[in-house]
Design a protein around this ligand. Sequence first.
Ligand SMILES: Nc1nc2c(ncn2[C@@H]2O[C@H](COP(=O)(O)OP(=O)(O)O)[C@@H](O)[C@H]2O)c(=O)[nH]1
Ligand SMILES: [Mg+2]
Length: 219
Amino acid sequence: MKIIELHKSVTESNDRDAEKLRNELKERGTFLINVMSSPGAGKTTLLSRIITDLKNELRIAVMEADIDASVDAEKIEALGARSIQLHTDGMCHMDAGMTRQGIEAMGIEEIDLAFLENVGNLICPAEFDTGASKNLMILSVPEGDDKPLKYPLMFETSDVLVVSKTDALPYFDFDMEKLRERVRRLNPKIEIFPVSAKTGEGMEALEAWLVKETKEWKN
Ligand SMILES: Nc1nc2c(ncn2[C@@H]2O[C@H](COP(=O)(O)OP(=O)(O)O)[C@@H](O)[C@H]2O)c(=O)[nH]1
Ligand SMILES: [Mg+2]
């Protein structure tokens, strides 16, 4: 398992670095998705399911960013996908310079779809453009339908919201309609996919979106 210790980016403008990285990824034909959520919302489980379901259709790689450990990258590698573990030098987010270091260390040759599993929290990752083609956030059912009220920036900066662990809906007072209303008020363009990575419910719609967007990016 390859582990990379990232250096803090020394840059004047993260936004400019991010735009540059995004353009390069477009030229190289790799669609990069920045995956953000609280710890335990189900990022690694969702990515594992996506790899299993789509591995014959798309060449997929995953960069796992954490403050420490390498358990997530090991899980992804065990599925046969290219993966790397990034350590963020104590930082609670990834920025564009750090994402570039990860891409260079992992390599994205012959990769159609790459995921960056960002550090788990709903605050700092929303503040930094990583250079990804799209931002995808996960909110799990046990976290509650009030999170858009508390962490609005995360919902505003995401292109896609995956509502995960829908198999747990019977056990929680989670109002899906209320959630949709709150999210749409912050971000009318966001795409919402309720899924359970455990039962597979809703995965088809999300995976169809991933395949469509990846193919469009490459053209
Ligand atoms: N019931 C249920 N549990 C899930 C689902 N997805 C993930 N989990 C569980 O949630 C916990 C955290 O998942 P993980 O993927 O490690 O979350 P991460 O920290 O966001 O990467 C694990 O115990 C998973 O088994 C799901 O769809 N349904
Ligand atoms: Mg994880």
